[in-house]
Design a protein around this ligand. Sequence first.
Ligand SMILES: NC(=O)C1=CN([C@@H]2O[C@H](COP(=O)(O)OP(=O)(O)OC[C@H]3O[C@@H](n4cnc5c(N)ncnc54)[C@H](O)[C@@H]3O)[C@@H](O)[C@H]2O)[C@H](O)CC1
Ligand SMILES: [K+]
Length: 514
Amino acid sequence: MKVVKAYEMAELDRITIEEIGIPSPVLMENAARGVVTALLERFPGVKRILVVAGKGNNGGDGIAVARMLQLKGIQADLYLPMGEPKGDGALQLDIFKRLGYKPLVKKPNYKNYELVVDALFGTGFEPPLRGDISKTVAEINSSGVPVVSVDIPSGLSADTGKVFEPCIKAALTVTFQFPKLCHILYPSAKLCGEVVVWDISIPEKFATKIYRELITPESLKLPRREVDTYKNREGHVLIVGGSAGKTGAVIMSALAATRTGSGLVTVGVPKGLNLIFESRLVEEMSLPLQGEDRLSIFGVDTILKIQDKFSALALGMGMGRYEEGQDIVIELLEKWEKPILLDADGINNLADSGELEILKKRKGVTILTPHIGEFSRLTGLSSEEIIHHQTDVAQEFSKRYRCYLVLKGARTVVSNPEGMTFISTRGTPAMAKGGVGDVLSGMLVSLIGKSLEPTEALRLGVYLHGVAGELAEERLHTESLRARDIIEEIPRAYKSIENFLKGADTINQDDRQG
Ligand SMILES: NC(=O)C1=CN([C@@H]2O[C@H](COP(=O)(O)OP(=O)(O)OC[C@H]3O[C@@H](n4cnc5c(N)ncnc54)[C@H](O)[C@@H]3O)[C@@H](O)[C@H]2O)[C@H](O)CC1
Ligand SMILES: [K+]
C-alpha cells in the first residue's frame, strides 16, 4: 500500500475528478460513509456525538458525517467554530439544513457528548495552527471525550512525523484511500490512535509513481530451495567485526544468518579473540584475522585472497571506532566486489573517515543499515530531521550514494538507489535493546548472500525481523526480550509469513499496522 503526502493526495483527487469523472461530492460522500462505518464499529451504541467542522473539505466531510448519523437516529450535533464552510462544504451544509437539521449557534459543552468527531482540518492544513481555533483544539483534548478524527488529527501536517502543538489527540482516525506519512511515522502516529484506511474510489493505478510504500506480507517473496540444492548455493556469508568487549555482536549476527537460511556462515574476527568465537559458535566457522583485540588492516588482504569463497560480506558489528578501522572499511569498500553490508561501527568508521564518496564508486551492491544516531553521524542531519522525514532522507541518501539503505528506528525504512522507499510497521518497543540491530544485519546479509534481489531481500529481512520480535515479546514479556530471543523466533516468523502467503491468515497483524 502506498503512503502519500498531501500534494500527492490532492493530485490523485484531481485526476479522479477531472479525468475519470467521479464528482468531488461523490468522493466526499464515500469518505463520510467510511467515517460513519468505522466510528460505529469502534463505538457501537454511541448516542450523543458532536461533530466539529472547519471551513474546508475536511469540514464538508464532517457535515456529511453529522447528516448520516442523524439519519440513523443518533444525536449528532454540528458545531462550526470558524463559521460556514465554502465549496463542497457549503453544499453539505445546505443538504444538512434542507433535512431540517441546524448547526449549533453557541459553543457546546464538550463534556455533554460521548464522542467528538474532529473535522476541523485535513490535508489542506499548513501548521502551525493560528488564531482562536487553537483554543477549541485544546478544549476538545482536555474534555476527556474520545475523538474520531476525519482524515488526520487536526493540527498535524500530513507530510511528516513531526507533532505540531496544539493538535487533536484521536482515539480513531479514518483516512481516505492511502495512509499519509503522519499516520505512519512517529511521533505523529501516536496522536492518530487506531488508523482505518477507507476506499473512496480513487483508482490505485494512479499512484504508481509514488515512491513510498508500506511493507505488507502479501508483497513479500520468500526464498525457495531447489530440491537438488547444496549448501554453497544457499550462500556463504562472511561476517567481519568484533573487538575486546564487543564479541557478542558478531556472534548474534552469525546465529541470525544461520537461522535465516545461509548455507554457510563464517565469522572473520581478530585472531586474539578467536577462541571466544570458537567456543560460542557451533554451526558457524571462524576465520582468524590479523589483530589481537581488534582487527588490523592486514586482515583485509587475508579476506580479499579468499573473496571467491563467499557470496556476501557484513562488516562492522562490534569492530570499534579507530583510525585503522576507517582504513579497513574504506579498503573493503574499494576492493570487495560482491555485496557488502555495512553496520554499526562499520558505518561509524566510514562517517569518521569522511570518505562517503567512495560509495558511488563501488561495483557490487552496497547496503548501509544505520540507526538514527549512526545516520545522523553519516549525514550531519539532526535526529529530529531524520525521524520526522525518514522516507525523504533515506530516499535522498540512497539516490545520492547509489546504495541501499535500511534506516532503523521505531519505524524502519528501506530505500534503494532508484529512490523507492518501503516502510515497515512491524516490530515492538521491546526491541529497543542492544544486539537487536546485529541480529538484523545477520538476517539481511544472509538473504543477500542467498542471491535474492537486494530490494526484495531487505524488505523481507526487515519484515521478518519485526515479526520475530513481536513473537518473542508475545512468548516472553516486553521488558524481558533479548536480541537472542528474536533469533529463536525467526523460524516461526518465516512460518507465519509462509502461512499468510498460502492464504491462512495466521499473521499477528496488530493495530500498530493501522
Ligand atoms: N481524496 C481525498 O482525500 C478527499 C478528501 N476530502 C477531504 O478534504 C480534505 C482536504 O480539504 P481542503 O479543503 O483541501 O483542506 P482542509 O479542509 O484540510 O483545510 C483547509 C482550511 O483550513 C485553513 N487553514 C489552513 N492552514 C491553517 C492554519 N495553520 N491555521 C488556520 N487555518 C488554516 C484554510 O485556510 C482552509 O480554510 C481532506 O483532508 C479530506 O478530509 C474529500 O472530502 C474527499 C476526497
Ligand atoms: K481532521
